[in-house]
Structure formats: structure tokens, C-alpha cells
Design a protein around this ligand. Structure first.
Ligand SMILES: Cc1ncc(COP(=O)(O)O)c(C=O)c1O
Length: 380
């Protein structure tokens, strides 16, 4: 049975070319970028070349990219690092109710350290209200952190507008772009961004590698202390093979894939919405990530749908309470105003540039039967 992989927001297949580029740095080119001999100098060169590729891709300067171990670490570094380095300016941060857990759990922890956090609401499509943001800003606000493309529902926030407001008020603006990076426009100058979290494994690169863009001149505290790597901000010997793979993945991410994915996304959405009792979660068109489909089915449990899909070799995911391993369904779907029943009946299918028309046709052909079968069995 062939695998139809539609869980690309969880992680992606590593591109074969990325693997080939990484291989020498796992074997003969094993130098430490801090060493002063030939192997070390070679590692340092490739480290800086990789940094340049990633910096260029978001219109940043070389010295503004710090490598980390993940999107999670980048988000932690951005929030904790800015909060503690700017304590004398204020203790208030603003974020949204639909952030990834690596932001929300960091915010919860910051609350225990004396910081105050405002969690902005979103509308039924997942957009924040710009007036609510403006009203939330106080004289003590030091940072606004808003996710760019949402990992569950695909809604893309307008970074430029938020960035302009923050810049005018002298407040730092951080955005988590782990899902949107290479899938929609990202330009730190045009969009007034101060801190940007990136990672590699969502764009066909290796797991365990991330980066944080920090605008030149911004004071930030470190989470990791040690040998002073990464401009003293993130100590620890750099993961050269991972970073090389990350940079290669960025090089391979061509803009042409955005429209191709969006076309297949819309074909999948149109096919699925023909099923009675289904609804799309999140925004439409260009304000939705080109690879995201999130649909709720009435009177069906999302985890059961994923189980039946899996039997056919189709990998998907759900925001149902069972899958979240808690009593509560997805915090993102709840923030949109979905009932528990609709959240529990959600299915997320996320595409990549490797997704084919045949993959989409296959899902659209088998899904209606699965939903019917589950509804016939349902006590609801
Ligand atoms: C929006 C978003 N932020 C952060 C992360 C965490 O990234 P990582 O898996 O590299 O820690 C993810 C991963 O699921 C994500 O989707």
C-alpha cells in the first residue's frame, strides 16, 4: 500500500537533495566551527554560507540570524529573551489565543515570573482584531507576538499592519513563521518584523534545527550559557549537518510550488465539502496557507476518521479532544467559536510540494464512504 502523506504541518519528508548535501558533514567534514584548523575553518565557512542563504530568504542581514535547535527553542528564546532583557521598560506582553503551544506555554511560565500577558481573541476565520490589539497596548507593553500562518487552520495574519503599529509605539514585534516560511511572503523589512521564528523540518529539511531572526541592535537575554557561539546569544556547538540541510531546503523552496499547492488544496476542499454536514475551518483563498485543509464533520469523531484514513495509507490529523490527549478539544478551534462537537469532528489534511493530483483524487474518493460508515455507527 502506498502512503498518501497529508500531515505536512506536523513534519515533512526530507528532500533527497537535502540528504545528499548533509551527508559529507556527517562523515568526513566533521569539524567544529569554533576550531582554528582546516576542518574547523571549513565548518565555519559552511555555517556562514548557510546563515546567508537563510538571511537572504527573509531579507535580513547575515548577523541577524541565530541558529537554534527548533521552532520551539526559537519561540522560547524570543519571548523569554526579550521579556527578561527589557524588564525595566515594562512587564506586559501581548499574544493571541491561537498560538502554537511553544508560545502559549512560554507565556504561562512568564506569568509565574511576574509578567502580564494579554491573549487576543480571533474572529470565526481566525483573524485578530487590529482595534483590540491597539486597545491592549499599555505603557508597560514590551512585546507583541502573533503567529503568521496558523498550524491548525492555515489562517495568515497581516504582519505588515501589526508591525507598523508596534514600530510606531516602540514595541517589539515577534512572529512565529514555522508554518508560513516559504509558503507566503516573508520580508522582515517590508513587514516591520523585529523577531521571527523559523524551523527546518516543515520545509523538507531535517528535524532539530531552527533559527531566530533578531533585528540588529535588539537586546535579548540568552537561554543557554556556555561557549558563546551564535554571537553569544545561543551557546552550544552548531549542528553543522542540520544547518546545511536547513539552508539547502530553503534553496529548494521555489515560489512556483505555492500556486501548485494552493490549486490542489482548493480541489481537496471542494471535493470534501460535497460531503453533507461538513464545514471548512479557517480563512479562504490567499489568506489561507497554500497547503492547509481543515474541515469539521457533524456527528463524527476526528480520531475515528484518521484511523480509517490510516487503514488506506492516508496520513492526516485532527484537533479532537482524544487526539489532544486532554479532555479539551483544540484551543485553536475553540477560539474560532466551534462547539466541542465540531472541534471533535475536525480533520486536518496538509499538503506539500510532493502531493499529487492522484493523492487528492484518492482522498476525495474514499472519504465520503468513511464518513457515512462512521455516522451509521455513531451514538450521536
Ligand atoms: C506554528 C508552529 N510553531 C512552532 C512549532 C514548533 O517547532 P519545532 O517542532 O521545530 O519545535 C511548530 C511545530 O509544530 C509549529 O507548527
Amino acid at each position: 500500500m502506498e502512503t498518501v502523506y497529508l500531515d505536512n504541518s506536523s513534519t515533512t519528508k526530507i528532500d533527497d537533495l537535502v540528504i545528499e548535501t548533509m551527508k559529507p558533514f556527517l562523515s568526513e567534514k566533521y569539524g567544529n566551527a569554533s576550531s582554528i584548523h582546516a576542518l574547523g575553518i571549513e565548518a565555519k565557512k559552511v555555517l556562514e554560507d548557510s546563515r546567508k542563504i537563510i538571511a537572504d530568504s527573509i531579507n535580513a542581514d547575515l548577523g541577524e540570524i541565530i541558529f537554534t535547535s527548533s521552532g520551539t527553542e526559537s519561540n522560547n528564546l524570543a519571548l523569554k529573551g526579550i521579556a527578561f532583557a527589557n524588564k525595566e521598560k515594562g512587564n506586559h506582553l501581548i499574544t493571541t489565543k491561537i498560538e502554537h503551544k511553544s508560545i502559549l506555554e512560554t507565556c504561562k511560565w512568564l506569568e509565574t515570573q511576574g509578567f502580564e500577558i494579554t491573549y487576543l481573541n480571533v474572529d470565526s476565520e481566525g483573524f485578530i482584531d487590529i482595534d483590540e490589539l491597539k486597545k491592549a497596548i499599555t505603557g508597560k507593553t514590551i512585546l507583541v507576538s502573533v503567529i503568521h500562518g496558523n498550524n491548525e487552520i492555515g489562517t495568515i495574519q497581516d504582519l505588515s499592519v501589526i508591525g507598523e503599529i508596534c514600530r510606531a509605539r516602540g514595541i517589539y514585534f515577534h512572529t512565529d513563521t514555522c508554518q508560513s516560511f516559504t509558503k507566503t511572503e516573508l520580508d522582515v523589512e517590508k513587514q516591520n518584523l523585529d523577531l521571527v521564528s523559523l524551523n527546518s523540518h516543515k520545509i523538507h529539511g531535517p528535524k532539530g534545527v531552527g533559527a531566530l531572526y533578531i533585528k540588529k541592535g535588539i537586546k535579548i537575554d540568552s537561554l543557554l550559557h556556555g561557549g558563546g557561539q551564535e554571537s553569544g546569544i545561543r551557546s552550544g556547538t552548531e549542528d553543522i549537518h542540520g544547518i546545511v540541510g536547513f539552508a539547502e531546503a530553503v534553496k529548494l523552496a521555489d515560489e512556483k510550488y505555492i500556486d501548485l499547492m494552493a490549486e490542489l488544496r482548493d480541489k481537496l476542499i471542494d471535493g470534501i465539502l460535497k460531503i453533507p454536514g461538513s464545514r471548512l475551518n479557517g480563512a479562504m483563498g490567499r489568506e489561507r496557507l497554500c497547503n492547509n485543509v481543515n474541515v469539521s464533520f457533524r456527528k463524527v469523531e476526528g480520531e475515528a476518521i484518521c484511523g480509517l484514513l490510516d487503514e488506506e495509507g492516508i496520513c492526516g490529523s485532527t484537533g479532537s479532544a482524544c487526539a489532544e490527549k486532554t479532555l479539551d478539544p483544540s484551543h485553536v478551534l475553540s477560539a474560532l467559536g466551534l462547539t466541542h462537537e465540531d472541534s471533535n469532528g475536525s480533520l486536518r489534511l496538509t499538503l506539500s510540494r510532493f502531493t499529487t493530483r492522484e493523492d487528492v483524487d484518492f482522498v476525495v474518493s474514499v472519504l465520503p464512504g468513511m464518513i457515512n460508515k462512521l455516522r451509521e455507527m455513531s451514538p450521536l
